[in-house]
Design a protein around this ligand. Sequence first.
Ligand code: UD1
Ligand code: UDP
Length: 380
Amino acid sequence: MDKLRIMSVFGTRPEAIKMAPLVRELATRPEIESLCCVTAQHRQMLDSVLEVFKLKPDWDLDIMTPRQTLSTITSKCLLGMDEAIDTLKPDMILVHGDTSTTFAGALSAFYHQVPVGHVEAGLRTYDKYSPFPEEMNRKLVSAIADLYFCPTENNRENLIREGITQGLFVTGNTVIDALRTTVRPDYRFSTEELNQLPYQEKKILLVTCHRRENYGEPMKNIMLALRQIAEENQDVELVYPVHLSPVVRESVDRYLRGAPRVHLIDPLPADEMHNLMARCYLVLTDSGGLQEEAPALGKPVLVMRRETERPEAVKAGTVKLAGVVQDDIVTMAERLIRDGDAYRAMAHAVNPYGDGNACRRIADAVVWHFGRGPKPEDYR
Ligand code: UD1
Ligand code: UDP
């Protein structure tokens, strides 16, 4: 029997981190030929992940341009995917999450009548413009997909409420699979500055910020809040690997650079980031992925957004929504810096997002879909 040609498509840093363990898992299956097509919606930040996880794409659309718009990303992906699909002839395409690459990858698969598996399916805020454009991307992909790999039961229920009842699997999030391969107690950073941080003497606050809906006033508020936290608390050090987006960099340069106790550094390779997170005191972020990783490492997270599509860790008590108002962010952060009881109430490891076996379940479900293996059990 011919091998099943399963093509994983991704383009940004978080998709790559979360798809890398799956591409590898698929490659171990005797029934499958695991193919990898990258759009390179992110260039440097994608290449960094490919290097950490030792992945070599079979196809690279190389679409990234500085300050790219949503329309250019989508149209360049669509045009490029035509050739990739015609040449690699996949039996199924796997996309991840909610980026423009995800949407264009799924739409292109549909145009070629190739079935689609959606990894990290069923996340919702029910606010069309927040996160923007991610909420719409994932809804549109839900309309196209054939298989839905939901990280949590809650994600599955979201899809059922929308009338999607076939092809649903609860798998856990593949990010937990990835974390299991990167975090080590004896890890030594290749970025020397990170080896030198005063992890015992001071409170290390790990910061990231990049979301499009935070561009403008909210991002300014976030930067000013970070500045105030650094200025008012001598016992903290902020470590902020700054996203390569010029819009983000301008905001950082304008409102945060020069503040005391703030380390503005380039984006970190995924293994460095995960190990830094494992050693930090607190995470301040608008990232999706960090909201999943930090709770698994027992680190409290303040989310600098108005909403979250990841309520599981909020419910578990490790994540709180801080919003995008300067005073609110400062008040919530300073409480966790100064009040040990408030901190300890949040700092416990919880794993609502998976047990590290998501990729195995997803690969099993793909094999099952083609009638070549048993149906996997859901993650509970
Ligand atoms: C994208 C995703 C977002 C995801 C985020 C993860 C969309 C619409 N947005 O947002 O869902 O949370 O990635 O980080 O799909 N750049 C570089 N080098 C890189 C990466 C980016 O220079 O390696 C710069 C480029 O100027 C690029 C800009 O950043 O034009 C923005 O990148 P883009 O992918 O459009 O948006 P993100 O904000 O990264
Ligand atoms: N990350 C990284 N280096 C960094 C910042 C983040 O490797 O300098 C990782 C982080 O650990 C997580 C993922 O990138 O796995 C999250 O990506 P991002 O915040 O860019 O996107 P989102 O998850 O919000 O879509």
